[in-house]
Design a protein around this ligand. Structure first.
Ligand SMILES: *Cc1c(COP(=O)(O)O)cnc(C)c1O
Length: 232
């Protein structure tokens, strides 16, 4: 009995952290004149194992984000077998040689960022034979940081058009990760502006430190990790 205390405390702590994030999402939505159900919480579970993820599932969380295909493959098939209504989102870079693996694992890919990946996705989508293809968001490197993935803001319109017209892909929206050392709001506003002029409805923006700001600027997916699961 006593040996279980630590994990029980951690589990109840996680449940209350998750509850607080949900409350803050609802409040930020209302403050922005938006409906809370327009904003989907992607609980970023990278680096945490199934034991840490389960309390979140048991508390009703159903959308999770992972940044590595291999890690997701090791963790999620077993959890999804028990909870078939879970939705898994890829929020990290996707190599073209992992596309096939990714299609079997993820419901949403937030990180379409280059023509070769669009081509590889289109090729694999053609082989799905009626099985649902993951929904796609294009990552925009709003801060034009050389080390960061994503299309440059000035190239976004052309890349969106290429994905649609050349590769026949349906694009749901855009995603960004603002530079760590700058205010995030201008980056969120830029992403929303690019989405608007391209007729895209989904905006994946906002992490633990700035998801309320992102909601104020139109986020429909917020990707929150450490505020729920603790520091990695
Ligand atoms: C890790 C990660 C997050 C979550 O970050 P937190 O600050 O822990 O909320 C969000 N988005 C991406 C792309 C990530 O890699």
């Amino acid at each position: 009995m006593t040996v279980e205390t630590a994990s029980n405390v951690a589990a109840s702590d996680l449940t209350s952290r998750l509850g607080e994030v949900r409350e803050r999402i609802a409040r930020a939505s209302r403050d922005a004149g938006r409906k809370p159900e327009e904003v989907h919480l992607v609980a970023v579970s990278k680096t945490f194992d199934a034991e840490h993820i389960l309390p979140a599932i048991e508390a009703g969380q159903r959308i999770f984000g992972e940044n590595r295909v291999q890690e997701a493959r090791a963790k999620w098939p077993a959890l999804r077998a028990d909870y078939p209504d879970i939705e898994l989102h890829l929020i990290g870079p996707l190599q073209t040689n992992k596309v096939r693996d990714a299609l079997g694992l993820f419901d949403v890919i937030h990180t379409l960022d280059r023509p070769s990946l669009a081509a590889a996705l289109a090729k694999e989508f053609a082989k799905l034979e009626g099985r649902p293809a993951p929904r796609l968001l294009i990552q925009v490197n709003t801060g034009e940081e050389p080390q960061k993935a994503g299309v440059a803001p000035l190239e976004a319109d052309a890349f969106i058009a290429e994905c649609r017209d050349v590769h026949g892909l349906t694009i749901e929206g855009l995603m960004c990760i603002p530079p760590a050392d700058e205010p995030a709001a201008p980056h969120f506003a830029l992403l929303a502006k690019i989405a608007r002029r391209n007729g895209l409805s989904a905006l994946s923006m906002g992490m633990s430190g700035d998801y309320e700001t992102a909601i104020g600027l139109g986020a429909t997916y917020v990707r929150v990790g450490s505020a729920i699961f603790g520091t990695r």
